[in-house]
Design a binder for this molecule. Structure first.
Ligand SMILES: N[C@@H](CCC(=O)N[C@@H](CS)C(=O)NCC(=O)O)C(=O)O
Length: 222
């Protein structure tokens, strides 16, 4: 199986973390982006949306990161990451969707405001309100141990891990505290952002972010 993408993408990162945690080295490869560009003819033939991630399992092509996550779980049922009982699994899915649909859009909007030099004002507060509400919901769903649910690693943890890099950055860059008033998330951050693998991920993603910014700046000058 091949999964295309780059670790800077939270959607790709979630899959990368899932594959590592399940011990699928040798069974799943990460060959980058065919054609070197999301909108290259080669990559559009794999995912016509021109987005990462995408998967190729022996000619079976699939995009949409959550669908790929569940496919991986079904194909490799050993070390399950959709853990717990029916209600816990429902909440794992809910956290995944909150991260994808409610957290990422305001995070991106806040990065855009930062890039324009906007440090305060109504627009900024409106985006933080959306983000804070999404995270309050995550806080409500989490169980409060070292992991999001059932005291065992699950897809919910990967959703959080994949987003914390940008989330932490955005709160810090506007002088705010991601964990304020969220003790369960605060505890989780203490456990999961101090590991060597997280520190390694931060380095890789910071390098990829710097490269992306350079490429965007060069493209804007043309
Ligand atoms: N719903 C998709 C979202 C994928 C997505 O938006 N990926 C971003 C990277 S983080 C992308 O490829 N953006 C390129 C573009 O929109 O042109 C999923 O869950 O896989």
């Amino acid at each position: 199986m091949k999964i295309y993408g780059a670790r800077l993408s939270p959607y790709f990162e979630r899959l990368y973390l899932q594959v590592q945690a399940k011990g699928l080295k040798g069974k799943v490869e990460f060959p980058g982006v065919p054609g070197g560009d999301l909108k290259s003819a080669e990559y559009l033939a794999i995912n016509p949306m021109g987005k990462i991630p995408a998967m190729d399992d022996d000619g079976f092509l699939l995009s949409e990161s959550w669908a790929i996550s569940e496919y991986i779980e079904e194909k490799f049922p050993e070390k399950p990451m959709m853990t717990g009982d029916m209600r816990q699994r429902a909440k794992i899915r809910a956290i995944g969707r909150i991260c994808d649909f409610e957290v990422l859009p305001p995070v991106n909007a806040l990065y855009a405001l930062k890039a324009k030099g906007i440090e305060e004002g109504e627009n900024l507060e409106a985006e933080f309100l959306k983000l804070n509400r999404a995270l309050d919901c995550v806080e409500m769903f989490m169980e409060g141990g070292d992991f999001a649910f059932a005291n065992v690693l699950s897809l919910a943890d990967f959703s959080l891990m994949a987003n914390v890099f940008f989330l932490g950055d955005v709160y810090k860059s506007f002088g705010r505290d991601l964990a304020a008033g969220r003790p369960k998330l605060g505890h989780w951050l203490g456990v999961h952002t101090t590991t060597d693998s997280y520190k390694e991920a931060v380095k890789i993603r910071a390098t990829q972010l710097a490269d992306l910014r350079k490429r965007k700046a060069a493209a804007a000058k043309k």
